[in-house]
Design a protein around this ligand. Sequence first.
Ligand SMILES: Nc1ncnc2c1ncn2[C@@H]1O[C@H](COP(=O)(O)OP(=O)(O)OP(=O)(O)O)[C@@H](O)[C@H]1O
Ligand SMILES: [Mg+2]
Length: 263
Amino acid sequence: MSEANPDQTPSTGTAIHIKDLRKSFDGGKDFVLNGVNLEIPKGVVTCIIGFSGTGKSVLLKHILGLMKPTSGTVEILGNDLSGMNMDQLIKMRTRLGVLFQYAALFDDMSVMDNVIFPLREHRKELKLHDMEEIAKKKLAQVGLDPKHFHKLPSELSGGMRKRVGLARALALDPEIILYDEPTTGLDPILTEVVDDLIVETHKAHAGSTSVVISHDLFAAFRISDHIVMLDKGGVLLAGKPDEFLKSENELIKKFLSKGLKQG
Ligand SMILES: Nc1ncnc2c1ncn2[C@@H]1O[C@H](COP(=O)(O)OP(=O)(O)OP(=O)(O)O)[C@@H](O)[C@H]1O
Ligand SMILES: [Mg+2]
């Protein structure tokens, strides 16, 4: 927690560095990502936005090393993923926490077991009791009442499942936390709760980097320090929220007017 950390200096540098990333699924006829150059700064909240089908999820899969570039490179915390073998990739992924769109919980496991799962996989040296203590701490951090710890995901509301998914994403103390469409399909009140949770989680993990993939421009303005807009396989604009507000680009203006109306 930041309160317990005497070093309040924000981190500097680049968390994720993407160089000329191109991805084609049809042998080079059509490129979904067509030369993405992007630096996601360390220590802040970045939102990646763009119209549907612009390749946001494909980009996220490259960041996680789940997809391989047709060309170009992805560097995470200074490490080029392309040179990594499977073991190195798995180890790298433990430094990234991901909250998937539908939380992607294991339905047949209790809340506690869901959060313990990554610890069982990657922190085998820990005793079960210590894993349980970590899980309880993470669940408390995301604001889940202990009376729910032994329930199954099906017994929880959508908002609570998001909290459990986030606690699981935080279990290994990741340096980068990625959110894949965290509020898509949620009602406006729950959207605000989840947006606040993202900001609180970011603040509670001093020096951590948060990346939010979203359709929701309104949320991007509310929660992020840095916004990246993708279009036609590339980065249309990357900058602070006010640079978007000042932009004369027609597409950005259109996205702003539509996005803010929806919000
Ligand atoms: N595994 C795949 N094989 C072939 N084409 C794919 C694959 N994954 C994604 N695509 C294509 O890549 C394009 C971008 O998809 P992507 O899911 O990244 O869009 P998105 O920006 O996340 O959209 P949305 O906002 O609707 O989630 C789409 O045309 C999609 O059909
Ligand atoms: Mg998507």
